[in-house]
Write a protein that binds this ligand. Structure first.
Ligand SMILES: *Cc1c(COP(=O)(O)O)cnc(C)c1O
Length: 396
């Protein structure tokens, strides 16, 4: 085995069920973009679909993959759908976002007429991220105009928050105020305002009850990861999340080297003592950030072992001097628990100075995913392991 990613569908189901209970009576959509944050699109969607009101993806191709995989839950596409993809999106009964008028609306109408069935759209409103959306001033008129078109159904109106996970609550609440301002003119029209309004991703859904509106779109929390350490602290135990993903491999060689030996490209690590260096058959092409060179750690035989030298494209080096049992074939836990030692995606993120989202989203789909179903919560879900705080292992 070069490497395998184990995904615990039991943990996914429990996370989703907890989110559902937390946000009720708001409905729950879970976000399965980027191959379900590296966990595997179709398997995650199948496991979660019975517990959720909708699934969110970014691309039309993801909606098609879900339907091909037998998933029948409502799908909302959040990213741009090319006009040529519209017939497929409609055939997959996926709702698409609209943030422009004119030609694109005519493309939607054309696709709906050709298929003989109406297209459901969600109107995206720009309230402060400055990424995509119709402006606050134009939103109500755009929604009313779309409602006049017999080929289109306006299923929802939504926005996306810029800084909920950074606990910028003043900015976040101002975005909510902008969103409400945008929709306010609809209240005085005679059309029944049956729009599904949604704004919150994981952080806002957990922290701000007034942002849950009619529906929340939870991504990272479904996978048992926190949107940020600050979100976790501010949540004060409001919800328990279980990381669902483990990444394992095994040593392919263990080498005895004298003190003063250089290890790896650039001779960036020089042994200070007689050492045993384990070779891991995974590198940055397999999702280990090169920033973990001389910085990260793995678990072997229940104990932490530091990554030394530079992470190569398909190989890495582990100092196993302190682990006399380590030998070729020893199991290596890159992410996950091994006895008392746990390495979290958050540890990788801290070492690489990025966020856990990037760590899991970049785990290559070529690494085999193995699905298991643990019956009950794992006790040790602390994301910052003993390894992260050990100065012996994490050089400053
Ligand atoms: C990715 C994404 C989400 C989910 O965000 P999390 O922080 O992972 O919960 C929700 N909405 C939109 C528009 C997104 O792009």
């Amino acid at each position: 085995m070069i490497g395998a990613i184990e995904v615990d569908l039991g943990a996914i189901r429990r996370n989703v069920a907890r989110l559902r209970a937390l946000v009720a009576p708001a409905r729950l959509a879970i976000v399965v973009k980027a191959d379900a944050y590296g966990h595997g699109l179709v398997r995650i969607a199948r496991a979660a679909a019975p517990l959720v009101d909708a699934l969110c993806v970014y691309r039309a191709s993801e909606a098609l993959a879900l339907r091909a995989g037998g998933v029948s839950a409502p799908i909302l596409i959040l990213g741009p759908v090319e006009p040529v993809e519209l017939p497929q999106a409609l055939a997959a009964h996926a709702a698409v976002p609209v943030w422009s008028s004119g030609a694109y609306v005519r493309d939607l109408e054309r696709a709906a007429r050709a298929a003989g069935s109406p297209f459901t759209v969600h109107v995206k409103i720009e309230t402060g991220l400055n990424r995509l959306g119709v402006s606050v001033d134009a939103a109500a008129a755009a929604i009313l105009a779309l409602r006049e078109r017999p080929e289109l159904r306006v299923g929802g109106a939504y926005t996306h928050l810029a800084a909920a996970e950074e606990l910028e609550s003043a900015y976040t609440h101002e975005q909510l105020r902008q969103f409400e301002t945008a929709l306010a003119p609809l209240a005085s029209t005679r059309l029944p305002p049956k729009l599904t309004r949604h704004a919150a991703a994981s952080a806002a859904a957990i922290l701000y009850p007034n942002l849950r509106l009619d529906l929340v779109r939870a991504g990272i929390a479904s996978y048992g990861l926190w949107p940020s350490a600050a979100t976790r602290a501010a949540a004060r135990g409001a919800i328990e999340l279980e990381p669902a993903l483990s990444y394992r491999s095994q040593l392919v060689a263990v080498r005895d080297v004298p003190a003063g030996s250089a290890v790896g490209y650039g001779c960036s690590f020089i042994t200070e003592r007689i050492s045993r260096i384990g070779v891991l058959p995974l590198g940055y092409a397999e999702g280990i950030p090169r920033a973990l060179s001389n910085r990260g750690a793995v678990a072997i035989d229940g104990r932490p072992a530091p990554i030394v030298g530079r992470v190569c494209m398909n190989m890495s080096f582990i100092d196993v001097t302190e682990i006399p049992t380590a030998r070729p074939g020893s199991r290596v836990t890159l992410i996950g628990a091994d006895g008392e030692t746990r390495v979290a995606a958050d540890d990788w993120a801290n070492w690489a100075q990025t966020i856990n989202y990037e760590i899991v989203a970049r785990l290559p789909s070529a690494i085999p995913r193995v699905y298991v179903e643990s019956p009950r919560p794992r006790s040790n879900d602390s994301p910052v392991s003993a390894i992260a705080s050990s100065s012996a292992i994490v050089p400053s």
